[in-house]
Design a protein around this ligand. Structure first.
Ligand code: GLN
Length: 218
């Protein structure tokens, strides 16, 4: 069972911890660099990305987090967490820090230009559960405006009557061990996205164990 940290500086930490536990992980809050060092993966929750980025700096977590991401730690960001993981943010604040773990350009509060929240049923690649759509709740959410060649698109907004400008926008991506959704699966009681992430963290853990065994042999 992998130990997954939830970045606990701000945002909906408890909801993610609950979803992770139900998806088979051990969930622990992360506020200090020592706590970050102990986890097999990290969830960056929804909240407010500018505030979270400022808190990452003042808690001394920004550089340790960048280092662990660069070393391949699995990570999952929802909403504000997706913004933090992105390479670039449009409509961000000038002091917003980017972790750059995903080769995507996101637009902050993209849906907010129409309405504050929006819901849709998404076809989500890799969510399992006999392919039933994932019900997505978007709250002042970003969308992905550009995704690099190495980024796998997992979901887009469908063409529904109320989708407007949002139709076809990319709202879930994966690049290697890093996953992000513009919406909040932790709020809907459907653990499939969290299961996908726990699976990614387990695979990374197994690969590391195999490597350690090989190093010990050689
Ligand atoms: N609008 C928020 C931001 O810019 C994100 C909202 C959310 O996480 N629900 O960070």
């Amino acid at each position: 069972r992998p130990t997954i940290g939830v970045l606990a500086l701000q945002g909906d930490v408890r909801e993610h911890a609950g979803a992770l536990e139900r998806a088979g992980a051990r969930a622990v809050p992360v506020r200090r660099p020592e706590e970050l060092a102990d986890v097999d993966g990290l969830v960056l929750p929804g909240g407010e990305s500018t505030t979270m980025s400022r808190l990452l700096v003042s808690f001394g977590l920004l550089e340790p987090l960048r280092d662990r991401l660069a070393a391949g730690m699995p990570a999952y960001g929802s909403c504000a967490g997706m913004i933090l993981l992105a390479r670039q943010v449009l409509d961000g604040r000038p002091d917003q820090q980017q972790l750059g773990a995903l080769d995507i350009v996101v637009r902050r509060n993209a849906f907010g230009r129409q309405v504050d929240s929006f819901e849709a049923d998404l076809e989500f690649t890799g969510a399992g559960g006999s392919g039933e759509p994932v019900h997505a709740v978007f709250i002042r959410a970003p969308w992905v405006e550009q995704a690099g060649a190495g980024v796998e698109v997992l979901a887009r907004v469908p063409h529904t009557a109320d989708a407007g400008d949002a139709a076809d926008r990319i709202v879930a991506v994966r690049q290697g061990s890093v996953l992000a959704t513009a919406f909040h699966p932790e709020l809907t009681g459907d653990e499939r996205v969290h299961r996908l992430f726990v699976g990614i963290a387990k695979d990374a853990q197994d690969a590391e164990d195999a490597q350690d065994a090989q190093d010990a042999d050689g």
